[in-house]
Write a protein that binds this ligand. Structure first.
Ligand code: URP
Ligand code: ZN
Ligand code: ZN
Ligand code: ZN
Length: 466
């Protein structure tokens, strides 16, 4: 088995920081050795990577992506080949994508479809959640089988009536199932029935611009749905993970639940930490680039999200990567904001935007690795393979230059989308080299990966449950 030694770097995990060398053998980490220890001087390997001046961190785990996702009359513009390549460029070595149950069809069919989309395409590892669009007796039975085979989390939608929406009865039944089978209920928490009334009224009044997407999808309707999801989960005795939390008032609901020791978890995304309704108000339909749900909020909400990431009221930052091109996709909603495909690109920039948060003093270096690697791995049953650098872990490793400057732009990014939500933004910190199970995917800023080298990873159950 070939061996690799990464020398001279500062190893940063969620648990510790140390000047250490990392020894890799056959795709796994076999040792992390304190550089001051005598044994460090005797380590040898077939290949030595010099990480002097760099951080050596676990590959990122992005627990919320939508590759080749059918939505709003079109498909998200990254498939598993382009999307995982962009992920690798940004230091993410595992994605958890959402397989979709189509109404009237079995979970199994949706899962098979997603395996077919990813098989032979991905250049980093991937796993699946399942979106429930049709909770019925058959669906409930199938959930148990999926948990057994490694699809251990199920997203439901309180939004999008007629598309992915589940009513409270369906949600309760599915949560009773996850309570019994060890699965994790995931929730898109927005009151979609009320939102659709406000959409209709806005359009009737001629309020058709992208910024009205943010106005009708009210903070209170995110907070109300978050509260309701928590109560339904309590009634069912199920754990709950609320996705793409954007509003301070929704964070407060999570904080209250966690204060009661309930198994309730929350995720936010870089777009809610860095962008706002000011972006949605960009003139000449430019705001369409920022249409996603939950929507971007007034900038005041950002401080509450950062605070929640520090206090652990939010535990994970994922991207909700769901790109649609401005030309040819977002423009389906010209003259009617409700027809703009919902979603934003981001899989490439999560690690860097969160490193910028370290530079800016929002979070510590270890918390960066915690919310971006370690906790998503534990939350979704990927630990100890993923999310850490320890003997036995997969050798998914990023050599990261904390001092390099970069400017984000559609001209230079690797996502298959014709705009950047962060065009012109300068960040401090950049990925240098990326290993996926010991294989070099990015070598000193050159892509050396291969579609098909990424493997499907069946998951265990959430590791934050007793
Ligand atoms: O706008 C978004 N978030 N699009 C992706 C689908 C979802 O709700 O996560
Ligand atoms: Zn069918
Ligand atoms: Zn959602
Ligand atoms: Zn999503």
């Amino acid at each position: 088995m070939s061996t690799t030694l990464i020398t001279g770097g500062l190893v940063v995990t969620a648990a510790e920081e140390m000047q250490a060398d990392v020894l890799i053998e056959g795709g796994r980490v076999v040792a992390v050795v304190d550089r001051n220890a005598a044994v460090a001087r005797s380590l040898t390997a077939d290949r030595v990577l010099d990480a002097s001046g760099l951080y050596v961190i676990p590959g990122g785990v992005d627990a919320h992506t939508h590759m080749d996702f059918p939505f709003g009359g079109t498909f998200s513009s990254d498939d598993f080949a382009s999307g995982t390549r962009a992920a690798a460029w940004g230091g993410t070595t595992t994605i958890v994508d959402f397989a979709v149950q189509t109404k009237g069809h079995a979970l199994r069919e949706g899962l098979d479809t997603w395996h077919a989309k990813a098989d032979g395409q991905a250049c980093v590892d991937y796993a699946f959640h399942m979106i429930l669009s049709d909770v019925n007796e058959g669906t409930l039975r199938e959930m148990d089988a999926l948990v057994e085979e490694g699809v251990t989390s199920f997203k439901m939608f309180m939004a999008y009536p007629g598309v992915f929406y589940s009513d409270d009865g369906q949600i309760l039944r599915a949560m009773q199932r996850t309570a019994a089978n060890g699965g994790l209920a995931m929730m898109h928490a927005e009151n979609g029935i009320a939102i659709d009334v406000l959409v209709e009224q806005a359009l009737a009044a001629g309020r058709t611009d992208p910024r009205h997407h943010g106005e009708v999808r009210k903070v209170l309707l995110e907070a109300e749905a978050t509260h309701r999801a928590i109560q339904l989960a309590r009634v069912a005795g199920s754990p709950l993970y609320v996705v793409h939390v954007s509003a301070q008032e929704a964070v407060a609901e999570l904080a209250t639940a966690r204060g009661m020791d309930l198994p309730v978890f929350g995720e936010t995304c870089p777009q809610y930490l860095y962008l706002s309704t000011d972006d949605l108000a960009e003139p000449d339909f430019g705001g369409a680039k920022y249409v996603c749900s939950t929507p971007l909020r007034p900038a005041e909400h950002q401080a509450a999200l950062w605070r929640a990431l520090r206090t652990d009221d939010l535990q994970v930052v994922s991207t909700d990567h769901c790109p649609f091109c401005f030309t040819g996709q977002k423009d389906l909603g010209k003259g009617d904001f409700s027809k703009i495909p919902n979603g934003m690109p981001g899989v490439e920039h999560r690690m860097d935007l969160l490193h910028q948060a370290v530079v800016d003093g929002h979070i510590t270096r270890r918390r960066w690795i915690d919310i971006a690697c370690a906790t998503p791995a534990r939350m979704f049953g990927l630990h100890p393979k993923k999310g850490t650098l320890a003997p036995g872990a997969d050798a998914d490793v990023v050599l990261y230059d904390p001092h390099a400057e970069q400017t984000l732009s559609a001209q230079t990014h690797h996502m298959n989308v014709d705009y950047s939500a962060y065009e012109g933004r300068t960040l401090t910190g950049r990925v240098v080299t990326v290993l996926s199970r010991g294989e070099t995917v990015i070598d000193r800023r050159t892509y050396t990966g291969r579609a098909g080298s990424g493997q499907y990873v069946p998951r265990g159950i959430c590791q934050f449950l007793n």
